[in-house]
Design a protein around this ligand. Sequence first.
Ligand SMILES: Cc1cc2nc3c(=O)[nH]c(=O)nc-3n(C[C@H](O)[C@H](O)[C@H](O)COP(=O)(O)O)c2cc1C
Length: 221
Amino acid sequence: MLTVEEAILKRRSIRRFKPNPVERSQLEKILDLARWSPSWGNTQPWHFFVFQGDPLRMLKDEMSRRITEGKPFEPDVPMPNSWPESLKNRYSETGKLVLSALSIAREDHQRRQEFYFEMSRLFGAPCLIVGTVPRDVAIEYAMLDMGIIIQSICLAAHSNGLATCIMAASVGYPDIIRQIGRVETNLRIVMGIALGYEEESPVNQFPRPRIPLTEMVTWVD
Ligand SMILES: Cc1cc2nc3c(=O)[nH]c(=O)nc-3n(C[C@H](O)[C@H](O)[C@H](O)COP(=O)(O)O)c2cc1C
């Protein structure tokens, strides 16, 4: 069993998975642990849909078909389209790090498209956990709660030998998820977590930068 410190430090976003399926008992163990996440007033606004097997294959097929056609995302929770300059730099740095780990040159349109195609197939993950919240809750607090439980899921998965990637790209076409998962219309599809066993690859190994504590914290004492 990993310590909390080890799980926090060693968890990372995995962008190439082995095809091996994940046992239902493993998933239950992870979600059962994550249930203990805090939420505003213990409201626990979340509900999760776990896709595997044929339903997941159908989801991936339709997502990759739409990505290939260049159909824009229409997520239930809009993706940010502007940031302060410093955040924009970090965002584009992340994209560069991922592509360079795969030796994909920025101007190599063909291979970049292939990468986005792979992303639409959840980097080969055999499982997708989709987090939803009711439409009639205060979305700001529900998003806080969802963020907390997503990190719990990722840490619990890591601690149980499983890899994850939180993926906004997995919920870009919520209508497909809604149809295949029979998700009620009163639920807002917030975020997906691709989950499975890590495949050894440079894309799972590049160093990830973090801002230093001095930039992150102001001490008021
Ligand atoms: C809300 C959210 C959405 C994300 N969506 C994607 C995504 O669609 N595709 C992807 O490759 N990574 C996605 N990520 C992963 C981030 O890029 C990653 O967490 C960040 O670069 C830090 O790296 P690390 O997770 O390895 O520490 C997402 C992360 C979060 C928190």
